[in-house]
Design a protein around this ligand. Sequence first.
Ligand SMILES: Cc1cc2nc3c(=O)[nH]c(=O)nc-3n(C[C@H](O)[C@H](O)[C@H](O)COP(=O)(O)O)c2cc1C
Length: 336
Amino acid sequence: MKNFVKKILPVKMQSKFREIYMKRKLNKIVNFDKNNFFDSSYALGKKNSLENLRAKITFHYHSIEKGLSNANLRYAFGKKKFDELFDVLDLYVSLGHPTDDLRFQQSLSTISSYVKLHEDTEYDISFVTNRFEKLKKYMLPKLNNIGGYGIYNFENDLYKKMDFKDFMLNRHSVRDYGKKEVDEKDVLNAIELSIHSPSACNRQSWKVHYVKDIEKVKKIISIQRGLTANAENIQGVLIVTTNNEYYNWEYERNLGHVDGALFSMSLMMSLNYYNIANCPLSAGFAMDQEIGIREVVDIENKENIVLLISIGSFPEQFKYAKSPRETLENVVKIYK
Ligand SMILES: Cc1cc2nc3c(=O)[nH]c(=O)nc-3n(C[C@H](O)[C@H](O)[C@H](O)COP(=O)(O)O)c2cc1C
């Protein structure tokens, strides 16, 4: 077919034909992606599969562990979040999913951490304790401390002194920051280090929009919505984008996000290396957010917004959400 088209059509028409052909291929594969997402995601698929509920449970307990790690902790916070979490946990149990599952256990441990925090206070948290009562029996003693929040003492160059393994085990998203001013040079050094990230065919389509203007930063945080309860002393947001002009046919439609994600991880680690506390913030935006962010910082449509990263200095002591991780067995599948 290709050769036939080449033979009979003039060059201009060949290129038009090719364009139509490629657009059709792109639409087809985008539809394939869309249908997969429709079928699987827990909001759209509505299958309440084990994985759907594990995700929902994690989503809800994570917002509670974030609240627990807040620098300005509000006692008795999160009634609505707890209601949602307990609804999913009850559904999970009623569907007979395994209660020794790690995510299920992580959520119980997070709830328990919340309850412990309120012991010996006069705050009424019956909206938690009442519904927790019938789930307590599922708690496995060896896992009862995995959730909640941790506390870290920061000293300068903390992360520079660590070997790679320690670094990986001790890097945490930091959502509230110290008062010390961040040196712009350190941020630029971190960005420069991240430029050494790998990318598809070394195309390096990335850009970092470094927003320092505090009014713009506040606007971005309010549009993004994932850090609104935190962000004390925030000093900037880095917006990582990749440019679609660097990519080829339909099979490269997602490569910008892959390249940008690899770059972003390097950037977060480099920021730690240069003593800059940071937190990745989702750029999984609804349309109004997408437009809103692009207006604040003037990002063209050809750029994919891959990730936002809030930055500030480390406080002497910081609290972090424990965000416990999966076991190796749950993650790896070996083909022999
Ligand atoms: C793509 C992405 C989006 C995220 N979005 C948010 C967010 O909107 N708000 C937030 O507080 N944390 C956000 N996080 C941080 C995660 O909650 C955090 O990385 C996870 O709980 C693991 O904890 P750790 O980074 O401390 O190891 C995001 C992380 C990633 C990778």
